[in-house]
Write a protein that binds this ligand. Structure first.
Ligand SMILES: [Ca+2]
Ligand SMILES: [Ca+2]
Length: 414
């Protein structure tokens, strides 16, 4: 905190100059996060009376990385693609929400849908969701996927695994290894992303099912809703999970208090991060720690989508984790990747996040566990970005959220 009065005065003068040039609105100048540089977001927040918990928690400095890249459209005509997962040979596995998984070759040839997947409950936000490769994929050819599954009385998110046959038209030895509970009859906030940790465990992100009667479950340990879960690849529960042995608690729970997580990834240091769909003005980037409470629905930034305040909620509360960063207005995040490749040295260490409402690929540069700056890429294309992954070639692969969805390769400019 800067307490030197002459420096503080200089900062105010600098902010006033930015406001005068139109680079910064006067409302933004009130937000301590801007630190005299202009953020990307120039419109007013949905919750103008809310303040970040620390400087830099929202509206970080806009940054242009000026990296030259080409966007190659590898495939078109994908029906609501939800996930892209690069295979070791350079081909890509793609899921489509109605229930199809298929391979698109590195050269952009679209293969027929893979047979052997169990039925999905397609509708609203439900359907075939994420896919992840087994850490031992090179030898076990095993993939894991999440989907909304029709159950008695409604539906819920499930996770299955299976073995891709050599020619890859079929999944064999298919087994459902996790079924979220309770079942609920709705079509929203299923999550979900799958990420394997350096510990070899599978981390599953879920949503709170959105409807107000379901929301309190994000805080309840007897429910999987609004949680991140940790299981072994065979579906068993690791004995060192934080709530194992606690009366009434579901033992798969790793963290709680989440709204709807459609983006998660491990960074190069092995830390788990997620970006969750928040309220209107409350999308969050969180660094996940074992057993911690991330607040929802008792702690949140933003307002209800109806425009009303969030009932019985505050922006900070003891015993809950603050987001590392939040967006007001929202970006509608889906898919994330920490960049570690050689193709784009300037981007190494950045985290890329799909922006659906933002109609862009969001890049954050980090300093430890703080956001240093924000960049929005691919804005000229005006597409909803649903997932982003790094290929073995260091290129970034992106799918767009549309009935006629596309798969793009982002590679260094030739
Ligand atoms: Ca994935
Ligand atoms: Ca939170």
């Amino acid at each position: 905190m800067n307490t030197n009065p002459s420096n503080a005065r200089a900062a105010r003068v600098a902010l006033a100059a930015l406001v005068a040039t139109g680079l910064l609105s006067s409302a933004d100048a009130e937000v301590p996060a801007t630190k005299g540089c202009a953020p990307i977001e120039t419109s007013g927040p949905n919750a103008p009376d809310q303040r970040p918990a620390f400087a830099g928690q929202t509206r970080a400095c806009a940054e242009r990385s000026n990296v030259a890249f080409d966007v190659v459209v590898l495939a078109k005509g994908l029906m609501q693609p939800w996930a892209v997962e690069p295979l070791p040979n350079g081909d890509l596995l793609v899921t489509e929400k109605p229930g199809r998984m298929r391979v698109v070759t590195a050269k952009g040839q679209m293969r027929e849908p893979i047979a052997g997947l169990p039925a999905v409950d397609f509708g609203g936000q439900g359907g075939l969701l994420d896919v992840a490769l087994s850490p031992g994929f090179a030898s076990d050819h095993t993939v894991f996927w999440s989907y909304s599954e029709r159950r008695q009385g409604g539906n819920a998110t499930s996770v299955a695994r299976g073995v891709l046959s050599a020619g890859r038209p079929r999944l064999t030895n298919v087994r459902v290894i996790f079924r979220a509970l309770p079942v609920y009859n709705g079509d929203k906030h299923f999550g979900s992303r799958l990420a394997f940790g350096p510990d070899g465990m599978l981390y599953i992100t879920l949503g709170d099912r959105s409807d107000k009667p379901m929301r309190p479950q994000a805080q309840q340990l007897d429910s999987h809703m609004g949680k991140i879960l940790r299981i072994a690849p065979d579906g068993s529960v690791p004995r060192d999970n934080p709530f194992v042995g606690r009366d009434g608690a579901r033992p798969e729970i790793w963290s709680l208090g989440h709204r709807n997580i459609q983006a998660s990834a491990f960074d190069a240091q092995g830390r788990l991060w997620e970006v969750e769909h928040g309220t209107r003005g409350g999308d969050e980037l969180n660094l996940i720690e074992r057993g911690k409470n991330y607040g929802w629905a008792r702690v949140a930034y933003g307002i209800e989508y109806s425009g009303q305040p969030i009932p019985d909620s505050v922006t900070a509360r003891d015993g809950t984790q603050q987001p590392v960063y939040y967006w007001d207005p929202v970006i509608a995040p889906s898919g994330m990747q920490f960049y570690t490749g050689d193709a784009f040295p300037a981007w190494r260490g950045s985290v890329f996040i799909g922006g659906m409402k933002a109609l862009s690929l969001v890049r954050l540069s980090l300093d430890g566990a703080k956001v240093k700056s924000e960049e929005h890429l691919l804005t000229d294309r005006g597409q909803r970005i649903r997932d982003v992954r790094q290929g073995p070639d260091g290129a970034l692969y992106v799918v767009t959220d549309a009935a006629n969805g596309e798969l793009w390769k982002i590679a260094p400019r030739n």
